[in-house]
Design a protein. Sequence first.
Length: 373
Amino acid sequence: MRIAVLQEREAGERRVAATPETVKKFCALGASVAVERGAGEEASISDADYEAAGAALGQAEEVVRGADIVLGVQAPEPAVLKGAAPGAWVAALFDPFRERARVEAYAAAGLEALAMELMPRITRAQSMDVLSSQSNLAGYKAVLAAANEYGRAFPMMMTAAGTVSAAKVFVMGVGVAGLQAIATARRLGAQVSATDVRSATKEQIQSLGAKPVFVENVAGIEGEGSGGYATEMSDEYQKAQAELVSAHIAKQDIVITTALIPGRAAPRLISDAQIATMKPGSVIFDLAVAQGGNVEGSAADVAVEKHGVRIIGYSNTPSLLPADASALYARNLFNFLSAFWDKDQGRPVLDEEIGGAVRLTQGGRIVNERIKG
Ligand code: NAD
């Protein structure tokens, strides 16, 4: 079983799909691991560290030659994978709903694409869940970036020159990223409030010492929803939510939006008219900017100023913490492949529940129901 780890080719991608720790663990399972030279550089991992862990270092063609499994953060173009074993697996992020052409190219190349973002939200797959591990870091970074952009302090400070009041932070969307954003803003001393469409998040918000702000007169999503995910809300709900947000947002200094709906564009949560009600100098961080944005007028990787409010957001937030993001992502991949490792065959054999959920292509065809549909 040959495992290949390539340097990431997407602009701005600083993460790497394996670390010396996971290389060592794959070797212990009996696999051989080849890593492209320089693959870990941006994540502060040297070639020597990979070599010491048991990897063979080489150029891309050598690394890919005969590989049975290729590990990636962003799925590489199939052309890079020429020379891999027939039917080789590629475990990476595929963004399959938007990058349909790439999925088709993988099918045509006879590769087996395993989309890590489609990992089911079930208990036994928690340690394999790359969306969780990366969103957690993104939520943290979003608050730091907003704090950096803000011309005032987060904590209340009583000084001889007078008192600085605490910043008011509002977090919209309380999934994995939102929960970490709340915790981070609290640690920095802000007064925090938060909202979501899933009523199960109310208690989680309170347990972090923040104030829940919820639509009460129209039913949201009770319990955890389908697999813990939100769906598109009714017009009536959206209207009630817009009114609630309008009343609340005018009093906030920082707003962090994190709302996503799997397979769809991000829901619009803040309109230009609502931005206009905020105080000049306020900051909005749109964590959903790469998925279409929660905030009207937000743009990836540039600060937009509207009505005196600065709106920021990055196309790839976890990549700004490349060392930790890589360590967690690499462990997710190892946990995934090792959980299915068949000792006799010396390779992983996926089951229907998880394999069927993440597999996009097999035997020259697109086989994933969610993508086909
Ligand atoms: P996500 O990134 O898909 O969305 C972020 C948040 O935005 C969610 O909480 C969602 O409800 C919210 N949202 C969507 N539309 C909204 C709107 N119009 N207004 C306000 N908020 C809106 O979510 P996520 O971080 O992936 O987590 C979703 C859930 O899955 C959480 O309950 C999480 O605990 C659960 N989860 C379970 C597992 C597991 O069991 N393996 C793993 C990870 C997450």
